[in-house]
Design a protein around this ligand. Structure first.
Ligand code: PLP
Ligand code: COI
Length: 350
């Protein structure tokens, strides 16, 4: 199969300011590419990072058949490059493929693609104090379509980029804005998969929140009754001994695996955990709120704007369990604490 890219010049690691990484794209040496055509995947494997030629009628451009994943490779003190729950990324992408009628890239191949891409770019893995190597698997429909139907050809790729914290505040409380005007997803829609279009839809409300000094939108369900999630992270609320997070039942929120990990750690801490409808009225009495995600890790929520009024959560600082889960998760991710659930894989040394 013909496969051509226009080269992108990688940024040499020596020219990167690793101590001041943001969450922006930095070109590294290699990416992984596979193409789907004729009903099967052909893996090209590692190739120099480059631009694709895109068909003007490509299905991804018109009808949004595009999905992505997010993961991080981190460097621990022993110099090992470690990944967290990478098989879950593969499974979630497969779920998304089924929902958007795209071909599944097999789980083992996905993991291999990620491992190889990270190792081929290991000179770009920052120290853990500096950040992480963010891993971005992507799939999109590359073949032409005109009627609304699944395309016949797709590209799967993995690129990586060194990143710092997602929220510029790092591990300190953020301010969020609740929107009653904009919604991220509805029951039965595609909120539960990482469809690229979900993020396009969030950009406008997010820009309004940012212009008002908020880090992100905290989304509600379409009836403005209960919480859903933060634009790119899941939401938790604790009152006393109960830790609640919106349930996945309506398929409106992304099943984050940081969320799932926190649910497991919270049970071990003896908290009463509940995945249920977390109602808007519960905010006022909350002891702490935080959000979770690969990019966001655990981010405490200091205050929330609702109907023009600012509600301070707890004392507005880092909540007790935000700190506990942040420390526990990081220790597991870096192999400094026991990994009883088998979440971590070591893929090599820097
Ligand atoms: N919700 C949305 C919409 C996201 O994009 C993400 C990030 O992937 C999350 C939640 C958190 O998911 P995870 O913890 O698997 O990164
Ligand atoms: C992640 O947490 O990895 C995500 O994919 C969120 C992203 C939109 C930055």
């Amino acid at each position: 199969m013909a496969f051509e890219t226009k080269p992108i010049t990688p940024v040499p690691p020596a020219e990167i300011d690793f101590d001041n990484l943001g969450f922006t794209f930095i070109a590294t040496e290699k990416m992984w590419v596979a193409e789907y055509a004729g009903g099967k995947w052909t893996t090209h494997g590692l190739v120099p990072i480059g631009e694709f030629w895109t068909h003007p009628a490509a299905g991804a451009l018109h009808y949004g058949q595009a999905l992505f994943e997010g993961a991080k490779a981190r460097l621990n003190d022993a110099g090992e490059i470690v990944l967290f729950r990478i098989v879950d990324n593969a499974r979630r992408m497969a779920e998304g493929c089924r929902r958007l009628m795209m071909p599944v890239y097999e789980e083992g191949e996905f993991v291999e693609a990620v491992n190889q891409t990270v190792l081929a770019n290991k000179a770009y893995v920052p120290t853990d104090e500096q950040g992480a190597l963010y891993i971005r698997p992507v799939m999109f429909a590359s073949a032409p379509v005109l009627g609304v139907k699944p395309a016949e050809e797709y590209i799967f790729l993995v690129f990586v980029s060194p990143v710092g914290p997602y929220f510029k505040e790092g591990f300190s409380p953020i301010r969020l804005k609740i929107s009653k005007e904009f919604h991220r997803a509805v029951a039965g829609g595609v909120g539960c998969v990482k469809a690229a279009g979900n993020y396009a839809a969030g950009m406008y409300p997010n820009s309004l929140a940012k212009a008002d000094g908020y880090a992100e939108i905290l989304y509600l369900d379409a009836d403005n009754k209960h919480f859903e999630e933060v634009g790119a992270a899941n939401f938790f609320l604790r009152k006393g001994e109960e830790l609640a997070t919106p349930s996945l039942d309506d398929k409106t929120i992304l099943p984050g695996y940081t969320r799932d990990s926190v649910l497991q750690l919270a049970s071990e801490e003896g908290l009463n955990v509940g995945a249920r409808d977390v109602m808007l009225e519960e905010l006022a009495g909350a002891d702490e709120c935080f959000c979770t995600g690969t990019a966001a890790v655990i981010t405490p929520i200091g205050s929330v704007e609702l109907d023009g009024a600012e509600i301070t959560i707890g004392d507005g600082g880092v909540g007790k369990f935000s700190q506990i889960f942040y420390d526990q998760l990081n220790a597991i991710m870096l192999k400094e604490a026991e990994d009883k659930y088998g979440w971590v894989t070591t893929i090599g040394k820097k």
